[in-house]
Write a new protein. Structure first.
Length: 374
């Protein structure tokens, strides 16, 4: 008998956060999030997501033991942007127990129906700008920064409940200790043809804030036509900046300008999952020492987002960005790179990844469930 319980108390929140630590204890590729960060992210007092939307966390309990978890949540920003009326689910973790999974999904469905939604989509933790998608291919390697891992049977639990594929997201991988010959050969011609100039994130505090404001505007403008894209609120963006700036390498944050107008940007992050891996979710003197050592040895980076506003696309600016990412990253030791995530329908970015001879090494799936589907 499975009992579903709303997370209401600090003890229940702790159970929600700690469940993956047990489920993945024998999975060498799982990277534990920092426990204090998880508490803040799930807190309405700290996460600006809760300024416009609401969420409920649930636990599945069998014989007094937590065997699964899920969130059910709204996203008013998504529905406003896409003229949809859907709800969402996320943070799904579960033992290999179809009954427990069914109860969790049914609870999320019931909660979203009670909010008047026509369907639900997930996993999104909480939005498409956060961690999203269920890993369905590529379990053999650890995820990179801000990407998820999963247990292989999760896909069966999802399909067993009747969830259907909405979209796949690709993560491309390339190991490179020198700039790819084709990119090296093309970048100067592309710079001349596009008339673009490239600069990195300013190290000067006042100018850096202006650069960040440029990223916010470009991100909103460049991504507005993509499937599922939702512009961040100013508060969400400020929160994300506060989270990412300590991790960012200014030389890996690139801007393109044409005739003095910012037209695109690229953000690559050192793969701090290599640091989190040695911390195992804990922050204490020992793990901080381990983290300091691991930070000096980071050997990979993830191109986390890249955008060019519509009227300046198809000019090769994305290829120019990749050139400078290689040029600046390889001397720092970032010889393993991930480009993610890329919508399976984003033919332009798929073409660029193929040009770089990168391979799809992980696939993430977002599922839909339409309520009362005939």
């Amino acid at each position: 008998m499975v009992e579903i319980r709303e997370v209401k108390t600090p003890k229940e929140l702790k159970d929600f956060i700690m469940l993956p630590f047990r489920l993945y204890k024998n999975d060498q590729n799982w990277v534990a999030p920092l426990i204090p960060d998880q508490k803040k992210f799930l807190s309405p007092q700290h996460n600006p997501f809760f300024q416009h939307s609401e969420a409920q966390l649930f636990l599945a309990i069998r014989d007094g033991k937590v065997v699964g978890r899920i969130s059910a949540h709204t996203n008013t920003q998504h529905n406003k942007e896409h003229k949809d009326n859907i709800g969402f689910w996320g943070f799904f973790e579960c033992e290999n127990d179809q009954e427990a999974a069914n109860q969790l999904f049914a609870t999320a469905e019931k909660w979203n129906k009670a909010k008047g939604k026509d369907g639900m989509r997930g996993p999104l933790n909480f939005t498409i700008n956060d961690e999203c998608g269920l890993l369905i291919k590529g379990f053999e390697t650890p995820p990179m920064v801000m990407m998820t891992h999963a247990l292989p049977y999760y896909q069966e639990l999802c399909s067993g409940y009747g969830l259907e594929k909405a979209m796949d997201l690709y993560a491309y991988y390339k190991e490179q200790n020198q700039i790819p010959e084709r990119v090296d050969r093309l970048h100067e011609a592309l710079l001349r043809r596009s008339k673009a100039t490239i600069h990195t994130l300013s190290k000067e505090k006042k100018q850096r804030r202006k650069d960040i404001e440029t990223v916010f505007r470009l991100y909103t403008e460049a991504w507005q036509y993509n499937w599922g894209a939702v512009p961040m609120t100013e508060a969400e963006f400020e929160h994300l900046v506060d989270e990412l700036l300590p991790l960012a390498d200014p030389d890996m944050v690139l801007f393109a300008e044409i005739d003095g107008r910012p037209v695109g940007f690229s953000l690559a992050l050192p793969n701090y999952n290599e640091v989190l891996k040695v911390m195992n979710g804990r922050v204490n003197p020992i793990t901080l020492i381990k983290a300091a050592i691991a930070k000096k040895r980071i050997g990979s980076a993830r191109v986390i987002t890249m955008g060019v506003i519509k009227e300046y696309q198809n000019r090769g600016i994305d290829t120019i960005f990749h050139y400078y990412s290689y040029k600046h990253g390889i001397p720092k030791g970032y010889i393993r790179g991930e480009f993610s995530w890329v919508l399976e329908t984003n033919t332009m970015m798929v073409r660029v990844a193929e040009m770089l001879e990168a391979e799809i090494y992980k696939t993430y799936r977002i599922y839909d469930k339409i309520f009362n589907k005939e």
